[in-house]
Design a protein around this ligand. Structure first.
Ligand code: ADP
Ligand code: MG
Ligand code: MG
Length: 898
């Protein structure tokens, strides 16, 4: 069993396809080497070693040590230097690298293998003492904090290493680290050592091999640091994947003015525009570019500073895109005019960029339509649907600054200056703009909580920009014309000072910052969908979006319906691409105005007569609403669920005044109402007298609804619009329940036809049921005898299948996610192994009885991409979701079919 994979000198043990084993970074370093791109030699310790390490009480496989030695020798040979040598020393970088990139979450150590003797050798060999001592101080800084855990302590506001560096810079009267001389850096090194000794009680290890062991341990340990855990949760990365460790020969960007380091994207990751996009620093190393200590220069300027390397980089840009057939996010270093590539990976991008790039690459014949579709994360389409600022309101707003447009979109919220405060404010339901000089991985929770992110320092590849892009957050970064005073909790720009809690607005498309709140308006795509603008006036984004949607419609097998309760929602949903209604909830119509009184009257009635009176009122509302909905559908099918009022939602929350008011309206005394409410009180209303249970006890309730539906259908048909009602019985557990309800429905339908003088073929409907109780899924073959369709109600099926309350679980679900019992909220993304089996069982059972039984799903999961893919595999006919999720569902359904 091989634990270590070598790469370098145009050869590699592994390749780009081995991301699971070598991690993304390791696999691509090998791949780049194989296609002739200059990569410093190195080796990758596999993710399997990480898993072994955690499974075996932090011990390593027996052969690992020898394998590492063997590979060090190979690196030495290719690079012509020796690790720990006092003539021509080889220094190493030790880098983490998981299967999926987790930017900045785990640790990297550079310049390893240096000590008091090696530093002299390095100075002598290169004739550059300043560079040697700069590398040494960098090593101590990284090793000290990462491995020896000497970092800022609680209550200490500044990084202790930076404090020492600042002292040195002040003494030397220079602004940048790169301005320090060899002697000054020597002083810094002595101070760093003293700091480490004092705080850890230990000397840092002088022996390069001990350094390496410590660094490898630290990288494996960093897989389980807090930041990494938070990140994994957010992106659903399993702890079991582990990280690889890459050990690589150092190349040096900090040897002077012919050296440098940078990062770049082969296309603009915010907009998707086909331009080389990135930045670099001269005489710098490692994370200097992203850390924001110095302001990097835009990549185009490299043509002047380092023309040869710039040219070569442009060539590599093409080679990489062609080879990996996707946008690449690269890291590079130039040592004395020689370009080295240190990393490449598929670039993270916003939803806007994802759509643009995918469609452009099809045009450029780099990829096929199918690939383009697979590449766009379906959820990210929501970026294109999110609101933007109203143009007039934005013009009138007070502009207080501007920066780089790092995350497109519009965001308004209250200013908070720390991650902690942001999390607190968001928990209270406030919209938050997180304002920082620069963000670091420690700010991740705050960034998740915020609606928008503003930084005053750093460039387009800063941490803030990277993370915001990936999360789809609105972000303006590097607003240098603004300043933050953390101690006063204030932000100043353009003569205006804003305080914590004040409103701020960010336009992440152009990088503008405004004081106050700006009114928003629908996104370009939604404007395009809703307004019938002439083709020439439609935005480019809209056109690309529509093209993409057309492709998806050709590929997908799943139908897409909508969960909508009003004619307006239905109209909107159709514009988004709905092919019918998958769920209209009869009781939702009653939450508005004083319609709820009629439902309350029905629930509270203590005899048939009282109930009949209330039902008559309800029927009037229902018939009117269904007519509107049928008209909006223009002949498309509609699944209508019969009333399913959990009692507490209707009568549980009434106060004395409301009871008095109702008493007047329905002619029942307030005391009688209170008595009835007591009598009807349920401990578990979600498991109580609701759904078909209501219709079984009071068939008149079902009959009234069927009358309303069919009379509305008859009216609309008469006016020339086809109507296809599918009457759905909720909360069935026993086949007999459905059988009884179907009898009521058929009998009522017969009466309606007779009354209206219509033949059977002239007023059609179907009867089906919602599968939302495990028993119904398990006995689906029986239930199907009385059903013409099933619709899986996955909200309740999750609630009942997991015994997990929809209303109460939010208090402990976060703890479950922290403990990694769950990777996702099961009400948002289907629990495929558990509840999914119930869906599969229900589908299979139903089709045993009726091979052509129509199957759909109408829970929240209908708009969740992973769940949509599952439903495709389970053989369902359609998914149904809320109007705004329809584009996401269309794309996910097409992806499922590929
Ligand atoms: P991350 O995964 O956080 O990006 P990396 O492992 O890519 O961490 O390392 C961060 C930076 O360190 C790189 O961008 C690069 O500038 C520098 N670095 C890593 N390895 C080397 C090396 N072998 N030579 C020079 N610089 C390196
Ligand atoms: Mg990197
Ligand atoms: Mg339900």
């Amino acid at each position: 069993n091989k634990n270590v994979y070598f790469f370098g000198g145009g050869k590699a043990d592994g390749n780009g396809s081995q991301k699971n084993l070598l991690g993304g970074k390791g696999a691509n370093l090998a791949e780049m080497g194989l296609i002739g791109i200059p990569v410093p030699a190195g080796f990758t310790i596999t993710t399997e070693v990480c898993t072994y390490y955690y499974d075996n009480g932090k011990k390593y496989p027996k052969t690992l040590k020898a394998e590492i030695e063997e590979n060090i020798a190979k690196v030495e040979e290719v690079m012509g230097k020796k690790f720990g040598d006092l003539e021509n020393p080889l220094l190493l970088s030790v880098r983490s690298g998981a299967r999926e990139s987790m930017p900045g979450m785990m640790d990297t150590i550079l310049n390893l293998g240096i000590n008091d003797e090696v530093v002299e050798a390095l100075a002598k060999k290169t004739g550059n003492a300043k560079f040697a001592w700069d590398s040494y101080r960098r090593f101590l800084q990284m090793y000290g904090s990462v491995v020896m855990e000497v970092e800022a302590e609680e209550g200490e506001h500044h990084d202790p290493y930076e404090v020492i560096l600042d002292k040195a810079k002040a003494k030397a009267k220079v602004k940048d680290d790169s301005g320090l001389s060899a002697e000054e850096l020597q002083w810094v090194v002595a101070e760093f050592k003293a700091l480490i000794k004092e705080r850890s009680g230990k000397n840092f290890p002088e022996d390069p091999r001990d350094q390496l062991t410590g660094a490898v341990n630290a990288v494996f340990n960093s897989w389980n640091n807090d930041r990494a855990i938070v990140y994994r949760q957010k992106y659903g990365i399993p702890a079991a994947w582990g990280t690889a460790v890459n050990v690589q020969a150092m190349v040096f960007g900090n040897t002077g003015t012919t050296s440098g380091t940078g990062v770049a994207f082969t296309r603009d990751p915010a907009t998707g525009e086909n331009v080389f996009y990135g930045e670099y620093l001269i005489d710098a190393q490692g994370e200097d570019v992203v850390a924001g200590v110095r302001t990097p220069k835009p990549i185009a300027q490299m043509a002047k500073d380092l023309p040869k390397s710039h040219k070569e980089l442009l060539k590599i840009r093409k080679v990489l895109e062609k080879h990996f057939r996707d946008v690449q996010d690269v890291e590079f270093t130039i040592e004395e005019g020689k370009l080295w590539m240190l990393q490449t990976r598929n670039g993270k991008r916003t939803g806007f960029a994802a759509v643009n790039i995918a469609l452009d690459m099809v045009k450029e014949r780099l990829i096929k339509k199918e690939e383009a579709i697979l590449r766009i994360p379906a959820d990210d389409l929501s970026h294109l649907l999110a609101p933007i600022f109203d143009a007039k309101a934005e013009k009138a707003a007070k502009k207080v600054g501007s920066g780089l447009p790092a995350g497109p979109g519009a965001a308004c919220g209250k200013i908070y200056f720390s991650a902690e405060e942001s999390v607190k404010a968001a928990a209270k339901g406030e919209s938050v703009i997180l304002v920082r000089q620069a963000t670091s991985p420690e700010d991740l929770r705050g960034m998740i909580a915020a609606d928008g992110i503003l930084t005053t320092e750093g460039g387009a590849s800063s941490h803030a920009a990277l993370v915001a892009r990936q999360m789809g957050k609105v972000c303006v970064c590097g607003a240098h014309n603004m300043s933050i005073d953390y101690s006063k909790k204030s932000l100043t720009g353009n003569g205006v000072t804003l305080k914590e809690g004040d409103f701020l607005s960010l336009n992440g498309f152009v990088g503008s910052v405004y004081a106050g709140e700006i009114k928003s308006s629908p996104s370009q795509v939604i404007q395009g969908l809703i307004e019938n603008k002439p083709a020439a006036k439609r935005s480019d984004t809209y056109k690309k979006f529509m093209e993409l949607m057309q492709w998806t419609d050709k590929l997908r097998k799943l139908g897409i319906r909508t969960n909508s309760d009003t004619p307006e929602q239905v109209e909107q949903a159709i514009k988004f691409g709905a092919e019918g209604i998958g769920l209209t909830r009869a009781e939702h119509m009653f939450f508005e105005g004083n319609r709820i009184d009629a439902v309350r009257e029905m629930i509270l009635a203590d005899d048939d007569e009282g109930r009949a009176k209330a039902l008559k009122k309800i029927k009037v509302f229902m018939k009117k609403d269904f007519k509107g909905i049928f008209k909006s559908l223009e002949g498309r099918p509609a699944t209508i669920r019969l009333l399913d009022p959990p009692l507490h939602e209707f009568i549980g929350t009434m106060d004395t005044a409301q009871k008095k008011d109702l008493s007047k309206k329905i002619g029942m005394s307030a005391a009688a109402i209170t008595r009835r409410i007591h009598a009807l009180h349920e401990e578990n209303p979600m498991l109580g007298h609701r759904g078909c249970r209501l219709g079984i006890s009071y068939p008149a309730v079902t009959a009234m609804q069927v009358e309303a539906i069919l009379e509305a259908a008859a009216d609309v048909q008469k006016a020339g619009t086809k109507v296809l009602p599918e009457i759905m019985v909720p909360l069935v557990s026993y086949a007999r329940e459905l059988e009884l309800q179907k009898q009521v429905i058929d009998e009522t339908a017969a009466e309606v036809r007779k009354k209206l003088g219509l033949k059977k073929s002239e007023l059609k409907y179907t009867v089906g049921t919602m599968i939302e109780i495990p028993r119904a899924a398990i006995t689906a073959a029986e239930v199907a005898k009385h059903a013409e369709f099933f619709s899986f109600g996955t909200n309740d099926l999750t609630q009942t299948g997991l015994g997990l309350s929809r209303d109460d679980s939010s208090s402990f679900l976060p703890a479950y996610q922290d403990a990694e019992v769950l990777n996702n909220n099961p009400f948002a993304s289907l629990d495929q192994e558990g509840v999914g089996q119930l869906v599969e069982m229900g589908a299979k059972g139903g089709r045993t009885t009726k091979p052509k039984l129509k199957l759909g799903i109408c829970g929240e999961h209908g708009g969740d991409p992973e769940s949509v893919k599952f439903f495709h595999r389970a053989g369902l006919n359609y998914v149904s979701c809320s109007p705004f999720r329809i584009p996401v569902a269309r794309l996910a359904a097409a992806q499922a079919a590929l």
